[in-house]
Design a protein around this ligand. Structure first.
Ligand code: PGA
Length: 242
């Protein structure tokens, strides 16, 4: 299975023109690379999903969130059904920035399950609440409970649709990544709880360190924030994993 590189644009960029230019430059940089070598997912803000969809022949479309409920009367939410009908293949769920805003484990469990029901692969982020000062056993306990909650509404065979992203909070957006070896060790230990899931690392991956993460065969790919906003940098990261 090809490795998976996910761009999380968060609340960027400011205009549709910039969004279109960014995907088009990434596409240009990847000419000649096939989806069999590496799978790229672009998760723009909802507003720019149409711009990203114009390029969906080279990258899969992903969303940054999905409603936790199926009730139609929910101002401001986007449902799994709408995302599926639009062509989204992936959705980020449980990112630490959303957990920080009050997203609960219960909501995350519902989001994972609604994504899977709509044939959208959830990228379940774990690592929120984990501190560098915690022992390895405590860190593992926090993250396995996040995985169990995320999987709580799935039937066992559906676990294979979920992608796990280990994102230590101290590494997200700080320019101070976890070491590739330590990240691979964590992913290997978490994979006992999600044996059929692809295991990603996220947190300050950039074009300089991408090759070192790619060299760790236990890492199935990366979730990239800041460095996915510069086309040249993001292309270098993707190529490191191809
Ligand atoms: P970063 O973000 O690459 O800017 O650290 C990663 C993420 O938040 O998914």
């Amino acid at each position: 299975m090809p490795r998976l590189i996910v761009a999380n644009w968060k609340m960027n960029p400011a205009t549709t023109e910039e969004a279109t230019q960014l995907v088009s430059r990434v596409e240009h940089g990847l000419l000649g690379l096939s989806r069999q070598q590496v799978e790229t997912v672009i998760c723009p803000p909802f507003l720019f999903l149409p711009a990203a969809r114009m390029f969906s022949h080279f990258a899969s479309l992903g969303a940054q969130d999905i409603a936790a409920w199926t009730n139609d009367d929910l101002t401001g939410e986007i449902s799994g059904e709408q995302l599926r009908n639009f062509g989204a293949r992936y959705v980020i769920v449980g990112h630490s920035e959303r957990r920080e805003l009050g997203e609960t484990e219960e909501q995350i469990g519902h989001k994972v399950s609604l994504a899977v029901k709509n044939r959208i692969r959830p990228i379940l982020c774990v690592g929120h609440g984990v501190k560098k000062s915690h022992t390895a056993a405590t860190r593992k306990k926090i993250m396995t409970s996040q995985i169990k909650n995320g999987f709580s509404r799935l039937k066992a065979p559906e676990g294979k649709y979920v992608v796990i992203a280990y994102e230590p909070v101290w590494a997200v957006g700080t320019g101070r990544p976890e070491s590739p070896e330590a990240a691979a060790d964590v992913l290997a230990s978490l994979s006992a709880f999600a044996p059929d899931s692809r295991m990603l690392y996220g947190g300050s991956v950039d074009f300089r360190n991408a090759a070192a993460f790619a060299a760790e065969k236990r890492i199935d790919g990366v979730l990239v924030g800041r460095s996915s906003l510069k086309a040249e940098d993001f292309v270098k990261i993707i190529k490191a994993f191809a």
